[in-house]
Structures are given as structure tokens and as C-alpha cells.
Write a protein of this length. Structure first.
Length: 157
């Protein structure tokens, strides 16, 4: 199984990079993992809707270079799943012949509608809002948990 994480923006804090590194290391037991950190388009303090749309379109062009297999955009309007349900989705992808699952975390302004439409599953972590950098750690932990659940491991309990 191949897991790809496309994240717009770079992790700035050492403790977040360390947490991500730990989950990426743990995932190595279950899958081939690729991380693509893409540059976020810089916008002023009060961007217009047109400027935001143009930035999201530019970020989408970068995202499309790396998106493959089952595409899972992370977005507020996405479906909320339990950890066992996410595990089932990842397992189903592998069983159905999709050897790659690509998760996409957009910038602070979200994702371009084209990227969202590419998704066979739009996923939301919560109705609450989290910093994008923390969302990356949380998503990696949930992917690791999904593999543990599929294996019947003790971590999930």
C-alpha cells in the first residue's frame, strides 16, 4: 500500500516536525509513504475573493502533479469518519486494486474546487477548526491508527 500526503505549507515548529516524523517512521511498517510539502501562495492581510481563488488555483496546479490513486481532500464540508471507518476505507482501497491513497491538506484558505471534485472521499476531521500544521499531525496519527486497526493491533484500544 502507498500513502501519499500532499500538504500546502511547511511545518514551522520543531515539535510538530518531530511528531510527524514519528508517525511517518511508524507507518513504514505498513506502507510506502510519500510526503509532498508544497509552497503556499502568499496573500496580503485582507485578500479579496478573487485573490484567494487565484491562489487556490495556483496551489491546485502543484497538487495535481502528485495526486494519484484514491484522492482524499481534507475539507470542512467533508465526511466525518470514525477511526475504524477510516481503516475500512483504506483497506477497501487496497482490496479494490487502488494501491495508492492520497490525502490532501490545503492552505489556510482551503482547497480549490477542482481538487475537491477529484476526491472519491472528501474527509473532515471535525466541525472544529484546527491549525493546518496540527491537522497534519492528527491526520498522520489517524492513518497510523487505521493500519493498526486493520492489523488488530493494540494501539487503537
Amino acid at each position: 500500500m502507498n500513502i501519499v500526503l500532499i500538504a500546502v505549507g511547511k511545518l514551522k515548529e520543531d515539535y510538530l516536525r518531530s511528531a510527524c516524523g514519528e508517525y511517518i517512521k511508524r507507518l513504514g511498517r505498513y506502507c510506502t509513504f510519500e510526503l509532498h510539502e508544497l509552497d503556499e501562495c502568499r496573500l496580503g492581510d485582507n485578500p479579496s475573493e478573487k485573490e484567494i481563488a487565484a491562489a487556490l488555483k495556483k496551489e491546485a496546479e502543484q497538487i495535481k502533479r502528485y495526486a494519484k490513486g484514491m484522492i482524499v481532500p481534507m475539507c470542512i464540508e467533508g465526511k466525518q469518519l470514525t477511526s475504524p471507518e477510516l481503516s475500512e476505507k483504506i483497506t477497501e482501497a487496497g482490496v479494490s486494486g487502488q494501491s495508492t491513497v492520497t490525502f490532501i491538506i490545503g492552505s489556510s484558505f482551503g482547497l480549490d474546487p477542482e481538487i475537491k471534485s477529484m476526491g472519491s472521499l472528501r474527509l473532515s476531521m471535525s466541525k472544529m477548526t484546527f491549525p493546518h500544521q496540527l491537522a497534519r499531525v492528527m491526520l498522520l496519527e489517524q492513518i497510523y491508527r487505521a493500519f493498526q486497526i486493520a492489523e488488530g493491533g493494540k494501539y487503537h484500544k
